[in-house]
Write a protein of this length. Structure first.
Length: 100
């Protein structure tokens, strides 16, 4: 099992490093999860993410809280499951940065 995940846009403009159990350790709805470091901040901090059993698009992993990240820009939504385009196709979303 990997010790950490590196999630990044293809152009490396937005990225984050997280421990796997922060992503998949349990089912959660808008829970604060710890980001080890990111393009936003060089020290650990938390952001609200989703991993719900009922939603194919989960998990949603972002640099800032999920609701802020829907506005793109610095709150970048880094990852959404199931090839979902929600939250990621805007002018500053991952698809405008070459994908993930």
């Amino acid at each position: 099992e990997p010790y950490q995940f590196l999630l990044t846009f293809a152009d490396c403009s937005h990225w984050m490093i997280v421990e796997p159990w922060q992503v998949y350790g349990e089912v959660y709805g808008h829970a604060n999860r710890t980001i080890a470091k990111s393009s936003k901040q060089g020290s650990p901090y938390q952001a609200g993410w989703f991993l719900r059993e009922s939603e194919l698009g989960d998990p949603w992993l972002s640099l800032l809280d999920h609701w802020v990240s829907g506005q793109y820009g610095d709150g970048a939504m880094i990852y959404g499951e199931d090839s979902s385009s929600d939250h990621v196709d805007g002018a500053n979303g991952k698809n405008s940065h070459g994908g993930v």
